[in-house]
Design a protein around this ligand. Structure first.
Ligand code: TXA
Ligand code: MG
Length: 323
């Protein structure tokens, strides 16, 4: 078991000595190491069992640190960084040689963001380097939104978990790259596209393609529980899977009152923010429950609903023709 606590000095000492530490962010917990130290980066890949072709996000304390890491910041990227950092938004920018190739899996761009969690902000302010941090889960599994989730899966492999409570946003950051200066969405996430578009104007998309060399981490099957999961219209799914022991994840309606024992409602009030915040913990709980199959309601395709649907689809059993 890892030691869990709120000791920033201890976390900083471990990170300065090349070790990895789990850190809270507003999106999900990260498995952090010195982003400029190849040894620490290799440890991150090893602990997560993550393929080396899937690059990492570097977390920085503020905008001033960009200069030492990237060659150029397109105008739209500046606008976004100024408007939404700290926040659940990652930008892909051309890297300087100071960023090790291991961090970017050999790509010319580095993923960067300023996380909004106060503990991690204090930690970053104490460190002379950025923190590389993928989500602190074994590769392909659901991301952790509490220190306990991290401990359950990676506790044996890491010395310390900085406990910042439950993550407020609950799904990973939105990733935006730039094509000749124009913003391109690479991953849906905790900042809605509607919010981003108020700064950038209409966005273009490059999503969901596992074979896409620009976003090698966007694999088809990801964020997945161990149990088979199906997503779609909940009433239809209930009919299709009748007779099985079902775990039900719904948006607003309470299915426990209809006699289903393992049913979780994401947001009775219909808040997409609350649904995002509760999504991953709910999936973990249903995964642990004595059920054979999880069925999850598809949410409205607006705001954070799009990112939630994206995660549910990646977590689901699909035909091989789905990308
Ligand atoms: O909210 C988040 O983004 C969390 C917290 C810890 O910050 N981190 C996170 O990291 O979700 P991770 O490693 O689980 O997902 C990062 C994604 C990967 O799918 C990766 O492929 C993509 O970012 N990525 C990183 N660098 C990239 C690059 N240079 N080009 C394209 N995609 C990149
Ligand atoms: Mg991840």
């Amino acid at each position: 078991m890892a030691i869990t606590g709120t000791d920033i000095t201890r976390a900083a000492e471990l990170l300065c000595s090349g070790q990895v530490v789990a850190i809270p962010t507003e999106t999900v917990y990260g498995l952090a190491g010195n982003g400029l130290d190849e040894g620490a980066l290799l440890t991150i890949f090893k602990v997560k069992n993550r393929p080396r072709f899937d690059p990492l996000i570097l977390h920085i304390g503020n905008l001033d640190q960009l200069d030492s890491l990237v060659t150029e910041v397109p105008e739209q990227a500046w606008k976004l960084a100024e408007a939404y950092w700290p926040g659940p938004l990652t930008l892909l920018l051309d890297k300087k040689p100071s960023v090790p190739d291991i961090a970017t899996s050999g790509l010319s761009r580095v993923a960067l963001r300023v996380p909004a969690h106060p503990l991690t902000q204090s930690l970053l302010a104490d460190l002379p380097f950025p923190l590389a941090a993928p989500s602190a889960n074994p590769f392909g599994y659901i991301s952790p939104t509490t220190a306990r989730h991290v401990n359950d899966q990676l506790g044996e492999a890491i010395p310390y978990i900085l406990d910042g409570g439950e993550c407020e946003v609950g799904i990973e950051s939105t990733i935006i790259g730039f094509d000749e200066g124009n913003p391109v969405v690479h991953r849906l996430g905790g900042m809605s596209l509607e919010v981003i578009e108020t700064v950038t104007g209409p966005l273009s998309y490059q999503l969901n393609q596992g074979s896409n060399p620009a976003a090698p981490g966007m694999l088809d099957t990801h964020y997945a529980p161990g149990k088979p999961l199906f997503t779609g219209d909940i009433e239809q799914l209930l009919q299709t899977h009748e007779g099985k022991r079902l775990g039900v994840l719904s948006w607003r309606r309470d299915y426990q009152s209809t006699g289903i024992e393992h049913a979780i409602v994401l947001s009775p009030q219909g808040s997409l923010e609350q649904a995002a915040c509760r999504l991953f913990a709910a999936l973990r709980n249903l995964d642990k429950a004595p059920v054979d199959v999880i069925i999850a309601e598809r949410l409205p395709d607006i705001g954070l609903g799009r990112a939630i649907n994206d995660r549910l689809l990646r977590a689901s059993c699909r035909g091989s023709n789905m990308t």
